[in-house]
Write a protein that binds this ligand. Structure first.
Ligand SMILES: Nc1ncnc2c1ncn2[C@@H]1O[C@H](COP(=O)(O)OP(=O)(O)OP(=O)(O)O)[C@@H](O)[C@H]1O
Ligand SMILES: O=c1[nH]c(=O)c2[nH+]cn([C@@H]3O[C@H](COP(=O)(O)O)[C@@H](O)[C@H]3O)c2[nH]1
Ligand SMILES: NC(=O)CC[C@H](N)C(=O)O
Ligand SMILES: [Mg+2]
Length: 528
C-alpha cells in the first residue's frame, strides 16, 4: 500500500513539500497525529508526480532561503492550479504569497521564538481558538502584502500579515510554526486545515503504518535473507517484529555483546526477546574485539566510528555463519535491519541541511565499505510513535516502555579512555542508580538516566577516616518526548541521596556523585 493508493483507499494522503526545513519530519508527524497519512517530498518534484500520489492536501514547509534570493527554491510550477488544498508554513507561506502576486520583504523585524499572535478575523484556521495566542516564530523575511483574493486573519506586533486564507481556492498560509509544541493551538490549526479546509478523513492509524511498512519491507527484501541488529531496546525490537511479519524465517536477529552493556543485559535479551517473539536469535560475544579496537581512544566521535565499524564486522561474520548453519551455501545475507529512528538521522547530520551533532553509530558511524542493503522501517518515526507501534504489534509493556540505551553503550559514558576496569566501575554504579530509580517508581517519568564516569577527573574524599582520591560519576536523569529536546528530571532529593550513598559506599573507585541539571539544548543527553 503506497500513497499512490487509489481513490477507494481508506485513508487520505497529505504531501509535505520540503524546502529544506528543520521541521519537515515534525510536520509529517503532526499530520499522522491527526490520523492522516503523510509523505515528505522534495520541493523539486514535478507537480505531475505529486498528483500521481493523489494527495488530499499539501503542506509547504519552512526553509532557510529567502524567496527573493536568486537560487531560492520555487513552488513546483502549476501547484496552485491543482485545486488541492494547500497550507504554506513560514518559507512555504512566503513562497506562496510571492508566487500569487503578494509581497515578501526583509523588513528588519525578525521574530525568533515565542511570539504573541492576535487573531483578527474568524476564519477556518483559528476557528474556536482564542483571539490572542502564543505561537513559535523563526523568520527574518515577512509578508507585507497578501495576494489578491486572500484575507489576512492574524498579525503580531512585528508581522502585520501573519496568517492568510483564501477558502474559495483552498489556499492558506501562516508565518509561524504550528508543528512545534510551543505553538499553543498549532495542532488545532492543523486539524482545522486537514479536516475542514481539505476534507481529510481521520482514518490513518498505527495499524495502517504496520501494514504499509510490512509491505515496503517485503518488496525491498524480496525472497532474500536479512539479519537484524537487535539490542534489546524498543527500536530494534519493533523493527525486528515488522520485518519478521514481512519475511518470517528468512530473518535472523543478531545481538552483539560488545562488553559495553549494562549489568544483566545479555541475559535479559536472551530470555525476553526470544520468548516474546519466537524469533531466531544469535548472540555474539565480541567483548575482546571491541575493547581492543577502543583501546587508547578518548575522542567521542572516534569511539562512535569504531563501534559502528566493529558492529558491521560482527554482522558480516554472523551473516556467513547463518548461511552455513542453514546449509545454504551460495546464498548470501544481503540486508541488515536496524532500529534507526528519525532523531538518530538528524543528529548525525542526515536531515536536509542539518548539522552533525554526533554520529550515531548506526547512521553517521557506519563504515564506508558497508556491503549490506539497509532496512530501516522506523527511519521516519519518533520514539513515542515506535512505542505505539510496538504495542500494536503485541510486544509486552516492559519491552515497549524500556528506556533507551545507546548502541555504543558505556563507551560513550566513560569520559576518557575505555578500559575493562572502568567499565566494571561504571556498570556497578549504573546498576545501583537503575535499581533505586525503579524502586522509587520513577521509570516512566524518566526518559533515561545515563550515569557518566569522569574517568580522567579525580577528587579528594574522606572515607573511614582516610583520604581517598577517586572518580566522580554524574547522574543525568532527563525527561523528554522524543530525545530531540529534553529537560533534567526533578528527582526527589531522598532518591538522589540514596543513590549517592549507595554508590559511594558500594563502588570503591567512586567517591563523589554529582547531578547534571542542564536541559537539551544546550546539553545533549549523553555526555559524548
Ligand atoms: N548490542 C547491539 N547488538 C546489535 N545491534 C545493536 C546493539 N546495540 C544497538 N544496535 C543496533 O543499533 C540501533 C540503534 O541503537 P539504539 O540504541 O538507538 O536503538 P535501540 O537499542 O533499538 O532502542 P533504544 O533507543 O530504545 O535503546 C538498534 O536499533 C540496533 O539495530
Ligand atoms: O544507538 C545510539 N547510538 C548512538 O551513537 C547514540 N548517541 C546517542 N544516543 C541516544 O540518542 C538519544 C539522544 O542522545 P543525545 O542527546 O546524547 O544526542 C539518547 O537516547 C541517547 O542515549 C545514541 N543511540
Ligand atoms: N523558518 C523559515 O521558513 C524561514 C523562512 C525565511 N528564510 C525567513 O527567514 O523568513
Ligand atoms: Mg539502544
Amino acid at each position: 500500500m503506497t500513497a499512490a493508493a487509489s481513490a477507494d483507499a481508506t485513508f487520505d494522503t497529505v504531501l509535505v513539500v520540503d524546502f529544506g526545513a528543520q521541521y519537515a519530519q515534525l510536520i509529517a508527524r503532526r499530520v499522522r497525529e491527526c490520523h492522516v497519512h503523510s509523505e515528505i517530498v522534495p520541493a523539486t518534484m514535478p507537480v505531475a508526480d505529486m498528483m500521481a500520489r493523489n494527495p488530499r492536501a499539501i503542506i509547504l514547509s519552512g526553509g532557510p532561503a529567502s524567496v527573493y534570493a536568486e537560487d531560492a527554491p520555487q513552488v513546483p510550477a502549476g501547484l496552485f492550479d491543482t485545486g488541492v488544498a494547500t497550507l504554506g508554513i513560514c518559507y512555504g507561506f512566503q513562497t506562496m504569497v510571492q508566487e500569487l502576486g503578494g509581497t515578501v520583504e526583509r523588513t528588519g523585524r525578525s521574530e525568533f521564538g515565542r511570539t504573541q499572535l492576535d487573531v483578527s478575523a474568524e476564519g477556518v484556521l483559528f476557528a474556536r481558538t482564542p483571539t490572542s495566542q502564543t505561537v513559535w516564530m523563526s523568520h527574518g523575511d515577512s509578508v507585507t502584502r497578501a495576494p489578491d483574493g486572500f484575507r489576512t486573519v492574524a498579525a503580531t506586533d512585528s508581522t502585520p500579515v501573519a496568517a492568510i486564507e483564501n477558502p474559495a481556492r483552498g489556499l492558506y498560509g501562516v508565518q509561524f510554526h504550528p508543528e512545534v509544541l510551543h505553538t499553543e493551538h498549532g495542532q488545532e490549526l492543523l486539524r482545522h486545515f486537514l479536516y475542514e479546509a481539505a476534507g481529510c478523513r481521520p482514518t490513518w492509524t498505527m495499524v495502517n503504518i504496520v501494514e504499509e511498512q510490512t509491505e515496503r519491507v517485503r518488496t525491498q527484501i524480496g525472497g532474500k535473507r536479512a539479519i537484524c541488529a537487535l539490542s534489546g531496546g524498543v527500536d530494534s525490537a519493533v523493527a525486528a517484529a515488522v520485518v519478521q511479519r514481512a519475511i518470517g524465517e528468512r530473518l535472523t536477529c543478531v545481538f552483539v555483546d560488545h562488553g559495553l552493556l549494562r549489568a544483566g543485559e545479555v541475559e535479559q535479551v536472551e530470555k525476553d526477546f526470544v520468548s516474546v517473539t519466537g524469533a531466531r536469535l544469535k548472540v555474539v560475544d565480541a567483548q575482546e574485539q571491541f575493547l581492543h579496537a577502543l583501546s587508547g581512544v578518548s575522542d567521542p566521535e572516534e569511539k562512535r566510528r569504531i563501534v559502528g565499524r566493529e558492529f558491521i564486522r560482527v554482522f558480516e561474520q554472523a551473516a556467513r555463519e547463518v548461511v552455513a548453519e542453514d546449509g545454504a551455501e551460495g546464498e548470501e545475507v544481503e540486508f541488515l535491519v536496524q532500529g534507526t529512528l528519525y532523531p538518530d538521522v538528524v543528529e548525525s547530520g542526515g536531515g536536509s541541511g542539518a548539522a552533525n551533532i554526533k554520529s550515531h553509530h548506526n547512521v553517521g558511524g557506519l563504515p564506508e565499505d558497508l556491503q549490506f542493503g539497509l532496512v530501516e522501517p522506523l527511519r521516519e518515526l519518533f520514539k513515542d510513535e515506535v512505542r505505539q507501534l510496538g504495542a500494536e504489534l503485541g510486544l509486552p509493556p516492559e519491552m515497549v516502555w524500556r528506556q533507551p540505551f545507546p548502541g555504543p553503550g558505556l563507551a560513550i559514558r566513560i569520559v576518557g579512555e575505555v578500559t575493562r576496569d572502568r567499565l566494571e566501575t561504571l556498570r556497578a554504579a549504573d546498576a545501583i542508580a537503575r535499581e533505586e530509580l525503579t524502586r522509587a517508581g520513577l521509570d516512566r517519568d524518566i526518559w533515561q538516566c545515563p550515569v557518566v564516569l569522569l574517568a580522567d577527573v579525580r577528587s579528594v574524599g574522606v572515607q573511614g577516616d582516610g583520604r581517598t582520591y577517586g572518580h566522580p560519576v554524574v547522574l543525568r536523569p532527563v525527561s523528554s518526548e522524543d530525545a530531540m529536546t529534553a529537560d533534567w528530571s526533578r528527582i526527589p532529593y531522598e532518591t538522589l541521596a540514596t543513590i549517592s550513598n549507595r554508590i559511594t559506599n558500594e563502588v570503591r573507585e567512586i567517591n563523589r556523585v554529582t547531578l547534571d541539571v542542564t536541559s537539551k539544548p544546550p546539553g545533549t543527553i549523553e555526555w559524548e
